[in-house]
Design a protein around this ligand. Sequence first.
Ligand SMILES: Cc1ncc(COP(=O)(O)O)c(C=O)c1O
Length: 323
Amino acid sequence: MAATSHAEPNLSIGGSEVHGFVGAIGNTPLIRLAKLSDETGCNILAKAEFMSPGGSIKDRAALFLVKDAEAKGLLQPGGTVVEGTAGNTGIGLAHVCRSKGYKCVIYMPDTQSQEKIDLLRMLGADVRPVPAVAFDNPQNYNHQAKRHAESLDNAVWTNQFDNTANREAHIKTTGPEIWRQTNGKIDAFTCATGTGGTLAGTVRYLKEISEGRVKGYLADPPGSVLYKLVETGKIEREGTGSITEGIGQGRVTSNLAPDLELLDGAVHIPDVESIKMVYRLLDEEGLYVGASSALNVVAAVEVAKRLGKGSTVVTMLCDGAYR
Ligand SMILES: Cc1ncc(COP(=O)(O)O)c(C=O)c1O
């Protein structure tokens, strides 16, 4: 099993063929949401990450986390990738590992659905459901993942929350794609954060290329501490909890930290708005996307209203509603 047997992907190739699963990651369409754009007198644009080969935005991070481990010499052919994840990152990693000939071990809380476990196992991952305990408990799934990687030879804990290779994926791919797809005619970018990689990396790139002109806004669900942090500087939860998956945070991750001060503001989106938007996107656009994508679109509309008529706001459609 040679880990280097596949050609290195060039995510910005722009040509007619790509190399394997990893080459198909990125370069997703940027969809203009017609009804919402007409209604606001703005351009509301959303990147179709549900069209990524592993079905979500996290394929980008998974690829960069694995490439980072390869570049640092932490992962040799036949090696093992270990991550603690309950969601899309695990699916992205399972695909990337399988396509590159690595083993993949996923630790997750045992509260997760059987469907998710079955999918990961079908993709070849060794799935280890463990008791769902708080982060400060050494038996938390993330700590178990770290210890397991440390106990093996030729293995890496990819550590999506604090490994900035995740954020790098969006500096190198998502940001440049958005800039190219809008011909630089973009006024703001907004999205929610789980690890923070997407928001931080994309805003960092867009700020740099536009010399600070493009604005960046955090979109935050109830139960997260980040909305208050961006708006008031205090770490304090806003709301109690959310039905959205993969987003909302109780701390500032290493992926978000370097770019937090770049943000121009934050929007707090109640679940009821996100749920209504899931159905609006289906009714009006025929798009069947998950709740975090819907929340992002609600935020994009709010930001467009703040910036005024004629503005162009970009956000992410992170995964499909099937997830
Ligand atoms: C559905 C979904 N939306 C959004 C995100 C957040 O992306 P990021 O981790 O880059 O902040 C995730 C992350 O797992 C996700 O699964």
